[in-house]
Design a protein around this ligand. Structure first.
Ligand code: BTN
Length: 308
């Protein structure tokens, strides 16, 4: 654990004044180093009071910094504002960053949605991309996307008692409103995936714009703000666990239990095409199987899905 993470852990647990000497002894670093870390934390907005007796954390912050994820601190990259976390993730992935590097931004100037849409990314939301290097054939990579949306839906249910559902391909809905969207980008060579970057936008404490009437935030649902860093930490742990299962054998079956897309009439829109039919199944590659009006089955691997 890094020094800032340790200092915060001690100050949060103590809920009172902790002397510089005790911090120095507990961390095994000099009092000057402690002072420097405290000073940097203050500059990052942590309300730490320095008194003659020591340091006290007066008010906490929901700021997203690497040291707020102590177990994975070295793999976390936080930014106040970027164009898109997908751009940074691609750059890092191409430079060889490790599996499960995470790029987080408080705001995005050019947040990207699926099918070339814009993803509005105001303060209060969670915007991040996880770089993955899975040992699977490229054809299975959509299972990773299903795993991400399923993981979030399960957390919304278990941590906040919010009944969330997944909509094909990768949306998470509460009621008929979208709380999260996901975008993934992959580079592969023959039968080997070089990387899959999974980018998620979650409406947490932001107020979705009136331009997005179909969107809802967790704050709107619960009536109060929630800790983005706790939600993200929980998501990353559960997502990592989900990916650790060999071949993600159970992902598709479990995703089907959480979906509201199957057994419905849907319209699938791609950049070039539109298709209507009954959504009858999702196959092991994450593709949607539609029964068309003439009774024939059609497998669709990407597109936007509208429930009719
Ligand atoms: C969609 O539903 O259309 C997908 C939205 C994906 C948004 C996330 S926010 C983090 C990452 N960076 C982006 O530019 N897009 C994804």
């Amino acid at each position: 654990m890094g020094s800032k993470a340790e200092i915060l852990k001690i100050l949060r647990a103590e809920k009172g004044v902790v002397s510089g000497a005790s911090l120095s002894e507990l961390l095994g670093i000099s009092r000057v180093s402690i002072w420097k870390h405290i000073h940097q934390l203050q500059q990052h907005g942590y309300d730490i009071r320095a008194t003659a007796r020591g340091y006290q954390l007066d008010g906490d912050t929901d700021a997203l910094h690497p040291w707020e994820f102590p177990e994975r601190e070295g793999h976390i990259h936080c930014f106040e504002q970027v164009n898109s976390t997908m751009d940074i993730a691609r750059e890092l992935a191409r430079k060889g960053c490790p599996h499960f590097a995470v790029i987080i931004a408080d705001r995005q100037r050019k947040g990207r949605g699926r099918l070339k849409r814009i993803w509005l990314s105001d303060s209060g939301g969670l915007y991040f991309t996880v770089v993955l290097r899975p040992l699977i054939p490229p054809v299975f990579s959509p299972r990773i996307n299903l795993c991400a949306s399923l993981t979030l839906a399960k957390i919304l249910e278990s941590a906040f008692a919010v009944p969330a559902a997944v909509k094909w391909p990768n949306d998470v809905l509460v009621g008929d409103k979208k709380i999260s969207g996901m975008l993934s980008e992959m580079e592969a060579e023959a039968d080997r995936v070089a990387y899959v970057n999974v980018g998620m936008g979650i409406n947490v404490n932001n107020d979705p714009s009136p331009l997005e009437p179909g969107a809802v935030s967790l704050k709107e649902i619960l009536g109060h703000e929630v800790s983005r860093k706790n939600l993200l930490a929980r998501f990353l742990d559960a997502f990592e666990d989900g990916l650790a299962e060999p071949g993600f054998e159970n992902v598709v079956a479990e995703w089907k239990q959480y979906t509201i897309t199957l057994k419905r009439y849907v319209k699938i829109v791609t950049l070039h095409d539109e298709l209507e039919g009954e959504a009858v199944d999702v196959d092991q590659n994450g593709s949607l199987i539609l029964r068309l009006s003439d009774g024939s089955l059609k497998t669709v691997s990407y597109g936007d899905c509208f429930h009719l």
